[in-house]
Design a binder for this molecule. Structure first.
Ligand code: NAD
Length: 348
């Protein structure tokens, strides 16, 4: 059985990654579209063989409730619209897969989780890295202490940006700048790899004065996180540099280095450890898979077998609480302790 998806928002990510990935999924398929551009939707529907009656506008979106050919709604809209479309989708009785960042505040995340619980539908955040084999391998090597205990992680997810008119540069639509968009990958992947939650953060941020790209949102943010085991993770994201997406995990007896760590493809995992007096460096070769297909098939499997997703809404909420602490630290110029409620332990 294949779970049937309605994709909401036909922007870059949906058109270039998600719709093609749905075509190669084993447990998921595309059956409906939601868009504000009728002409674009007509073309996309023709390309993917979607029936006219399964094409919706943002105004007719709630009518998905009576569509028996849709099981899951996948929200691929600008960040500030996630909350509204997740809640309306849950009220339509559909399971929800929501793009990252989950929303634009932790308060919104709480409302989204409550709405999905009340409607008895599943909610998963599209943290594709956690379904990507190289990153999963790092988690396994770290948690098995293959190279001894981790001491330090250095991570950066950075790129250039050119269009100040794009919603990513508008605070009201994006919620923030490079942090929620790309820095989030460092934050979330560090938590995923280590399997523990930070207790304190300390951050700096910088935006080039007068650059219209950064009139509303930050350019560079750099932050440290302290974990209970003693690990310190240092991360950064920048919107104004040549693309660089990597991390390095320093362990007692070796290191792991991942190039293109947060990219759609091209991950390169290298390790080093001592062998006698020599250092042995090797590349761990792992077959590439489509991360988006793996992520959607995971969610489909959860809906078929009534399982909790590996990255539920609570994971998105934890990241938003941490991002709020990171901004607070940068603003106040001092470390911020993370106060955690009972239900907010680490996952997995
Ligand atoms: P995009 O700008 O290319 O597409 C956004 C779509 O939303 C467009 O089709 C646009 O028409 C539509 N839209 C509806 N209402 C809008 C409004 N009020 N203002 C602007 N656009 C509106 O963006 P994208 O890169 O496809 O990002 C969409 C979501 O996916 C974001 O939440 C983003 O963070 C996330 N994303 C995730 C990944 C990933 O690797 N998981 C990669 C890129 C983007």
């Amino acid at each position: 059985r294949r779970i049937r998806y309605a994709v909401v928002g036909l922007g870059h990510l949906a058109l270039e990654e998600i719709l093609p990935a749905l075509s190669i999924c084993k447990k998921s398929k595309l059956t409906a579209l939601v868009s504000g551009s009728p002409d674009k939707m007509k073309k996309v529907a023709a390309q993917y063989g979607i029936k006219t009656e399964n094409c919706y506008s943002y105004q007719t979106y709630d009518q998905l409730k009576s569509n028996k050919e849709v099981d899951v709604i996948y929200i691929v809209l600008p960040n500030a619209l996630h909350k509204e479309y997740v809640i309306r989708g849950a009220k339509a009785g559909k399971h929800i897969l929501c793009e990252k960042p989950m929303a634009i505040s932790s308060r919104e995340c709480e409302e989204m989780i409550e709405a999905c619980n009340a409607a008895k539908v599943k909610l998963m955040i599209a943290y594709r890295i956690q379904y990507q084999p190289h990153n999963r391998k790092v988690r396994e090597l770290v948690q098995n202490k293959t190279f001894g205990a981790v001491k330090y992680i250095e991570a950066s997810n950075s790129q250039g940006s050119a269009n100040p008119a794009h919603w990513r540069h508008k605070k009201a639509l994006a919620g923030g700048g490079s942090l929620p968009d790309i820095g989030l990958y460092c934050l979330n992947t560090n938590r995923f790899i280590l399997g523990e939650e930070p207790t304190e953060v300390f951050a700096y941020q910088y935006s080039t004065p007068g650059n219209p790209l950064f009139a509303e949102v930050e350019e560079l943010i750099s932050w440290q996180m302290k974990f209970p085991s003693g690990v310190i993770a240092s991360s950064s994201s920048d919107y104004n540099v040549h693309e660089s997406r990597h991390y390095r995990v320093l362990c007692e007896k070796g290191w792991l280095n991942m190039d293109k760590a947060y990219a759609y493809k091209g991950q390169k995992l290298q390790t080093a450890h001592a062998e006698g007096k020599m250092e042995k460096q090797e590349e761990i070769g792992i077959a590439e898979t489509n991360q988006f297909a793996a992520e959607m098939d995971h969610f489909s499997d959860c809906t078929i077998n009534n399982k909790r997703p590996f990255t539920p809404g609570e994971e998105g909420l934890k990241d938003h609480l941490l991002m709020e602490a990171i901004y607070e630290s940068a603003r106040e110029g001092k470390p911020v302790k993370i106060i955690r409620n009972a239900g907010q332990g680490t996952h997995g």
